[in-house]
Design a protein around this ligand. Structure first.
Ligand SMILES: [Zn+2]
Length: 181
């Protein structure tokens, strides 16, 4: 059995599992982060072991349920993608802060998640889902796929591909750049 897999089974109820087992390798990085945020993981700077983070991920995943965990993870990824590209909107920032009011806890959850990803990896099917993003609000591209950026210098102005709606194209372009090195 994979580490982090918990099967609840009582002697008098062997035919039906009370809760579906949680295999941490089948959770994306963002799913692990939101599960940690929802778990009993203490706030604070202390570092924890991979086994401890894994146990909290399992706890948080059960607490949220799969549907809610995936929904929160997609929104977290969407917020991260806008944030890293300097495209944050007030609406999405406000909803993100309502959802994750403890900013430092979310950072800690991300660090714990990253540790378990580096130690245990994730399944192939999960890797395929890992890059998906969702937005809780209107995209800065307004669904057009392009965002006009205005720089001080006219040469610095131009339309960029929306990092949310043209994600697949951007990823393919990055792969081409890496391959050309
Ligand atoms: Zn967009």
């Amino acid at each position: 059995m994979m580490p982090g897999t918990i099967v609840e089974r009582r002697a008098d109820a062997v035919t039906v599992e009370a809760t579906a087992p949680v295999d941490v390798r089948s959770l994306t990085g963002a799913e692990r982060a939101v599960a940690l945020y929802a778990s009993d993981m203490p706030n604070g700077r202390r570092h924890h072991t991979n086994a401890q983070y894994t146990a909290w991920i399992v706890q948080g995943a059960k607490r949220l349920g799969r549907t809610e965990m995936r929904r929160l993870a997609l929104y977290l990824r969407g917020w991260q993608v806008l944030n890293v590209n300097g495209l944050m909107t007030e609406q999405i920032q406000a909803r993100h802060e309502l959802r994750f009011p403890q900013r430092h806890r979310l950072v800690r959850a991300g660090q714990g998640s990253a540790l378990t990803v580096s130690v245990d990896g994730m399944t192939k099917a999960t890797l395929a889902r890992n890059g998906k993003v969702g937005l809780d609000g209107d995209c800065p591209c307004k669904g057009t796929g392009g965002i006009m950026l205005w720089g001080d210098d006219p040469d610095a102005s131009g339309e960029i591909m929306c990092p949310v709606h043209r994600r697949a194209e951007i990823n393919a372009y990055r792969r081409t750049l890496l391959a050309a090195r």
